[in-house]
Design a protein around this ligand. Structure first.
Ligand code: PXP
Length: 248
């Protein structure tokens, strides 16, 4: 079974567009939980463009499923995570000017800080996941730095899958990702996936033997406009776990 982490950032994006009190990402988190989501993900960005500290505190209060807090590896964010004590922290790279998280972490150039922050989070009993590109050397470094999980950035993978014309080409891409995922799993890392997954490509994760978790935001929030949040979450859970969605 692939766990679904519902990322509620863009519920806050809609709220903030009008500086209104609604829609509330905590409300969406509760709906996601009742619909069967396995965890809730939210990204507290440096510029607070969507989720803010208050949202995180309320979400943590109102859900009973695990919270996966996404943050950059800065002292401010690590302190905040230690006060919130989420189930997991996913460390992500962050650039102010980017539209969304555009690539995986550069572990080599941030080794010392990452190692210190990961140790602090490990000591606090928080599971640490690193948002990285699908690369064997990067997985090895993640392990050495003390992470227990990697979240593979699926941005480019999704773009490639989406642009394939033949199912056979899609299968090849998925098999290549499967091998990378096996490598990370064999090192002893949990393997998560996220970014760019939607209702036309998420079913392929079923073909990845050790895919444990998918964190999906934009597609679910977008679909909820048409079918409601409950149905949007249920549809994604089905795509991730029901083999009827796989091509013959
Ligand atoms: N996982 C991580 C670490 C992210 O930063 C994001 C947002 O970019 C997502 C998952 C969700 O991506 P999307 O909104 O494309 O589903």
């Amino acid at each position: 079974m692939i766990r679904l982490g519902v990322n509620v950032d863009h519920v806050a994006t809609v709220r903030n567009a009008r500086r209104a009190p609604y829609p509330d990402p905590a409300h969406a988190a509760m709906l996601a939980e009742t619909a069967g989501a396995h965890n809730i993900t939210a990204h507290l960005r440096e510029d607070r463009r969507h989720i803010n500290e208050r949202d995180i505190k309320i979400i943590k209060e109102v859900i009973t499923i695990p919270l996966n807090l996404e943050i950059a590896s800065t002292s401010e964010m690590i302190s905040f995570a230690k006060t919130i004590r989420p189930h997991a922290v996913t460390l992500v790279p962050e650039k102010r000017e980017e539209l969304t998280t555009e690539g995986g972490l550069n572990l080599e150039s941030n080794k010392t800080t990452l190692e210190r922050h990961i140790a602090e989070l490990n000591e606090a009993g928080i599971l640490v996941s690193l948002f990285v590109e699908a690369d064997e050397r990067v997985f090895e470094t993640s392990l050495k730095l003390g992470a227990k999980a990697v979240e593979i950035h699926t941005g480019r993978f999704c773009e490639q899958i989406d642009s394939c014309r033949a199912t056979e080409d899609q299968r090849k891409l998925v098999e290549s990702m499967n091998q990378k995922s096996n490598f990370a799993h064999d090192l002893g890392l949990q393997v998560h996936f996220g970014h760019g997954l939607h209702y036309g490509n998420a079913h392929w994760l079923q073909k990845i033997t050790h895919a444990e978790e998918a964190n999906i935001g934009h597609a679910i929030v977008a679909r909820s406009i048409y079918v409601g949040f409950d149905q949007a979450v249920k549809d994604m859970l089905s795509l991730l776990n029901d083999s009827k969605h796989l091509p013959n």
